[in-house]
Design a protein around this ligand. Structure first.
Ligand code: PLP
Length: 433
């Protein structure tokens, strides 16, 4: 090819790039795909951006201020090295022919499923085959909602962790959101079960409408309340009478204080009859600081059946194998290290104990200030009425994401170092006393 022809070809090849018009941002560049109307319904996406906006504005105004955030819903303390070294060892072995492994079972490593069945559910009759390992409880909520589909009705605690509702909205289980007087928003079609100090954070079930699925989180995020055995018995009986399925979120089970007169179960399967009506989802996130590592599980008992007699576990298995290829094997090696030895269990328990001491410091501080305060005993969260009669946004923006029932209270998190919690309590005391 003569040189001038080559340059012509090159010119041609280059030209379209050079003269390509800039990407248009106007209506002409839109696709003709209709936005999912369920996504349009979603509210509250503004909560955390709004909080960080207010924080940034504050820091700009007071550049020397050292803001301590008590709004953190994320673990802060290092993972014990017995756990990270197990992950590192597993990861390094992946570079050897003997240690390499590809896809594992989608439901999780047998050893980890068995460790969870044995250690987390001792003498509750949970079989390892009923434990499905996941990349976290949040993800299991989405997969469960996908499995249930758009035609089920759901109930949630109010206030609640937003994941149950939001995934239901995306699936099309609800109508549009309507703003409430109290500041939050409610979706048409969802049964909100108010859980407040007035009712010992447990709904009067005789006034709760029957729904197909009931999402129930204990110890609760955000109120920090752990349901009593009697309350959970009522919940299971209610589900059995109505033929409903309970999805029990036990992400904070490891924070429940052992013993005591007011006995609080760590699992729904401590309640007789739960196997026929309850799924339990849980996580290594708050239990072992795995919020970034990502590991959780769901228990779907064999006895849990749909109206047509199909095992729910069969459908969940189908969902897991269809839209999830299993949790990271490195994360699972870490999970096993948390459970398999006495040393591992003690190491992760000591981190949880540290957060619980933080919570105690916070509760003591608020009590000394004469505030109405709940939670903290069985949870990293403290639920406090800081300024009675004032709207939460005025007090602190944190709470609106948890639903209308949270109005007037703020959630204060113990996820922080001791030093920062102590410093924060000193500041609160001088500010509020
Ligand atoms: C943090 C949290 C989870 C855990 O979610 P992961 O996806 O496992 O990190 C689940 N439920 C509640 C209520 C939580 O607060």
């Amino acid at each position: 090819m003569p040189t001038n022809m080559i340059s012509k070809v090159l010119e041609k090849a280059v030209l379209p790039l050079d003269v390509a018009p800039p990407v248009k941002r106007g209506p002409a560049s839109r696709t003709s795909v209709r936005r999912n109307p369920n996504m349009e319904k979603l509210q509250n996406g503004y909560l955390f951006p709004e909080i960080s906006m207010r924080r940034e504005a504050h820091e700009k105004k007071y550049p020397d201020a050292k803001v301590i955030s008590l709004g953190i819903g994320d673990t802060t303390q290092p993972i014990p090295s017995i756990v990270t070294s197990a992950m590192a060892e597993y990861a390094l072995a992946l570079s050897t022919p003997e240690g390499y492994q590809g896809y594992g079972p989608e439901q999780g490593q047998k050893s980890l499923r068995k460790a969870i069945a044995d250690v987390v559910y001792p003498s509750m009759g949970i079989r390892d085959t009923e434990v499905f390992i996941s990349d976290g409880a949040q993800c299991d909520i989405a997969r469960l909602q996908m499995m249930f589909g758009r035609d089920v009705t759901i109930a949630v605690q109010d206030p609640t962790f937003p994941g149950y509702v939001d995934n239901g909205v995306i699936m099309g289980q609800t109508g549009p959101a309507a703003d409430e007087e109290s500041g939050g928003s409610r979706y048409a079609g969802i049964e909100y079960m108010r859980c407040a100090p007035e009712n010992a954070f447990f709904p009067d079930l005789s006034r709760v409408r029957r729904t197909d699925v009931i999402f129930f989180c204990s110890p609760n995020n955000p109120t920090g309340h752990a349901a009593s055995r009697d309350q959970l018995r009522q919940l299971v009986d209610f589900a059995r009478r109505n033929g409903s399925i309970v999805v029990f979120d036990s992400a904070y089970a490891s924070y429940v204080s052992p013993g005591g007169g007011d006995d609080k179960p760590r699992s729904i399967y401590e309640v007789p009859g739960a196997r026929e009506v309850a799924i339990e989802i849980s996580s290594f996130s708050k239990f072992a600081g795995f919020t970034g590592v990502r590991l959780g599980w769901a228990v779907v008992p064999d006895e849990l059946l749909y109206a047509d007699g199909t095992r729910v576990a069969r459908d969940f298995d189908r969902v897991v194998t269809t839209c999830f290829n299993g949790a990271s094997s490195v994360a699972q090696a870490g999970g096993l290290a948390c459970l398999a030895t006495e040393e591992g269990r003690a190491a992760v328990a000591s981190v949880v104990a540290g957060y619980k001491e933080n919570a105690r410091v916070l509760v003591d501080t608020f009590q000394a200030l004469g505030k109405e305060v709940y939670g903290g005993d069985d949870s990293p969260y403290v639920w406090v009425r800081l300024f009675p009669g004032r709207r939460s946004w005025d007090v602190f923006a944190e709470i609106l994401g948890f639903g209308p029932g949270g109005e007037g209270f703020v959630r204060v998190s113990a996820f922080n170092s001791r030093d920062r919690v102590v410093e924060a309590c000193a500041r609160l005391t001088s500010f509020l006393a």
